[in-house]
Design a protein around this ligand. Structure first.
Ligand code: CA
Length: 368
């Protein structure tokens, strides 16, 4: 199901109306839970309510197994867009649908010179190789959303908006009706900045037992990165209070729970990079994200669903992770969403964090 549909992405040459953004799916970690009845099919990008298949599936896939790994002691196989548990006799037992095969590919047109993404209005929109955002001259978060600035969505998940329908509705109320924030906030601010006269301020309350993840983030789906591409992500951060768990995500909106690469910090600010997928390959550093001063994080990743990806993380130009490994869920996964800000907070206390001078650049391996 799609949690919601949103306003159409406007044509590149048309007026001021907001760009569309896909509804977010749950941000929980990829947990295999055969008992779970609550699964959300990945948002269909900008496509209008794509049909989703939740018919009772058979116990074994018709196609080849695309990937397999062990999660929480269970062998899991991915085939036909579904997750299966591998039983002791080798048979595959259906758990849940993760994505609709071919759906992500159908949302893009890739040629030698351009990548286009289809909007809800059926029009095709340019996905640039490079996006840069400085947060200048914006009165509120509504000004940040649109093709001109490149942001397409914000996510304010919190005790005031705990579920996907809740925070999608909040997004729409703020964007379409100019409603105010509830508890969490994401907005341009002149209170602090790295360059110019403004930055993005995020405020996220602590998570609770009932709502363990609190989010105050901004995202863009004007992104298209596939196996063989190199993605270079950079942003400046200033933590005023607390310590976010998640700082930056590059993920697939087409797959359940948005798997992809993310930059994470522990309570002390120690940084690591994780592929949120399967057994979660993790690339660790000893570097600490400081509180109270502007710090640049730059992540460069070569995308590979095998072990031949590369992961480089710089903190203020110092290389703190230089690793090789898996960086993409599956060989045909399209990473199409970039998310920044307090992409996750813990339950220890509120986070106030500023972000400035964001850059996303994709060096493409074009195959048409
Ligand atoms: Ca700025």
């Amino acid at each position: 199901m799609l949690a919601a549909t949103v306003a159409p992405l406007r044509a590149a040459d048309s007026g001021e109306s907001p760009i569309a953004a896909p509804s977010r799916i749950g941000e929980d970690d990829f947990v295999i839970n055969p008992a779970s009845r609550r699964f959300l099919v990945a948002a269909a990008g900008l496509l209008l309510a794509a049909a989703c298949t939740q018919t009772a599936p058979g116990t074994s896939p018709t196609g080849d197994v695309d990937a397999s790994f062990v999660v929480d002691g269970q062998s899991v196989a991915i085939a036909d867009g579904n997750a299966y548990v591998v039983a002791s006799d080798g048979s595959l037992v259906f758990i849940k649908e993760l994505y609709t095969p071919g759906e992500a590919q159908a949302a893009f047109r890739v040629s030698r010179n351009a990548v286009l993404r289809v909007g809800e209005d059926g029009k095709w929109y340019d996905v640039p190789d490079r996006l840069e955002m400085d947060f200048e001259d914006a009165k509120g978060v509504r000004d940040l959303i649109g093709l001109e600035r490149g942001w397409t969505n914000f996510t304010l998940q919190s005790p005031a908006a705990p579920t996907v329908p809740d925070y999608v509705a909040l997004f729409k109320r703020i964007l379409a009706d100019g409603a105010g924030f509830e508890d969490n906030r994401v907005e341009p601010s002149e209170e602090n900045f790295h360059r110019g006269a403004a930055s993005l301020r995020t405020y996220a309350v602590a998570g609770t037992d009932a709502v363990p993840v609190s989010k105050a983030s901004l995202s863009s789906i004007l992104v298209h990165a596939v196996e063989g591409d190199t993605v270079d992500l950079s942003a400046w951060y200033f933590i005023e209070q607390g310590m976010p768990v998640g700082l930056m995500d590059l993920e697939s909106s087409f797959i359940d729970q948005g798997p992809g690469m993310r930059v994470l910090a522990d309570q002390t600010g120690r940084l690591r990079v994780e592929l949120k997928w399967g057994d979660k390959p993790t690339y660790r550093s000893e570097a600490i994200l400081p509180v109270g001063r502007w710090t640049q994080l730059r992540l460069r990743i070569l995308l590979s669903a095998a072990q031949s990806g590369t992961i480089e993380l710089w903190v203020d130009n110092e290389l703190v992770i230089d690793a090789t490994g898996q960086t993409l869920p599956l060989g045909d996964t399209i990473l199409d969403r970039f998310e920044i800000g307090t992409t996750a907070n813990n339950d220890l206390g509120p986070v106030i964090m500023f972000v400035d001078d964001v850059r996303i650049e994709t060096k493409r391996v074009r195959t048409p």
